[in-house]
Design a protein around this ligand. Sequence first.
Ligand SMILES: C[S@@+](CC[C@H](N)C(=O)[O-])C[C@H]1O[C@@H](n2cnc3c(N)ncnc32)[C@H](O)[C@@H]1O
Length: 396
Amino acid sequence: MANTNLSQAKNAKNDEFYTQYHDIEKEVNAYIEYNPDVFEGKTILLPCDDPEWSNFTKYFAQNFEKFKLKKLISTSYAVESKKYNDGYQTTLFEKRNPNFDKKKTRIKGKIFTLTKDKTGDGRIDINDLDWQYMEGDGDFRSKEVKKLRDDADIIITNPPFSLFREFIAWIVEAKKQFLIIGNMNAITYKEVFPLIKENKLWLGATNFNRGMYFRVSDDFVYASTYKFERGQNGAKVNRVPGVCWFTNLDHGRRHQTVPLMTIRDNLKYHNKMKDKKSYDNYDNYDAIEVSLADSIPSDYKGVMGVPISFLDKYSPEQFEILGATQRGCHDEVPDTKRYDDYWEVRQNGKKTGSSGNKTNENANLVGNDGKKNYFINKDGKIIQAAYQRIFIRHKK
Ligand SMILES: C[S@@+](CC[C@H](N)C(=O)[O-])C[C@H]1O[C@@H](n2cnc3c(N)ncnc32)[C@H](O)[C@@H]1O
């Protein structure tokens, strides 16, 4: 129970990570470069956004004219509804504003809207934002925000990490265009992977291998193992690994094909392949193991299992995605074997007590790498699971 509370508290804290301006700018530039009119005449909704803090609001308000937007709406979540709200203070902006209401400030969401040059200075920008308290607390699942969603063309935000599944389902149900930040683990969620497979959702343009730095509150406490930068551009930051953008807006990177070597050249020249005689076949799938995206052979006609980081390089013109290991996501690449009569063993030879059922639907390779747990059957056959894999094939 104590552990559950601890992890809930940690999740709630992780929900209060704020995206940096340059990360938004870098990503959005890729869409503008690909299609300069991508936002023209559009209503953009930025939910889950704390507009007084948010760089999303700042960025789109400042670029309102350049992007030829029709309307920008940004909503925030009431502080009393947040699971983690230590250190929250009402901004001076709100306190000094004629709309300020002591009774509403902590329990109502806020909505910021931008449509026209309110100040009369000849341009539409952040100074023209109108705001008011919402009827409710600004929960994206509320009727009030759902209505805003339904009226918008594009939804852009970094949603609460702990509600990512719900958030993506919320967007997909409304069939909207979107650009959102999430963890790469979400790639294999049952709500997400089928969309990736059908090319209805893809990764954004920013490479996710580097991780992303988010602004955190002054009282944020770093994990004892944290060894990255703690400050950037005068703000306290925390690096989150494996974060990426998910979108259905098109960008140029996904139409660039990756240059590849043949099987022969990979086995001769690729650092990680040159000690091998051939690519390994999985024991339970009719596919070969390709443990690094840059060692995908150009001339293999069959199915290949690749790490999920492959999606950073995925171009639908070059490859088709057939499925992923686990979660029943691979109808087109069926299991050829199950391991219920195997048992799991540690490297010290001791059984863990788990049966081979645990490794069904993993991409399993024959042999023991001497590093991780393995599975063995009564005949002494040993197999080990590769990490999560995506099944792909060259586009014909
Ligand atoms: C990861 S932060 C990102 C904030 C901002 N979008 C940004 O990137 O700078 C997610 C925000 O969503 C808020 N939030 C949490 N649960 C929410 C909900 N159910 N509905 C709306 N917002 C929520 C959090 O309080 C937090 O402010």
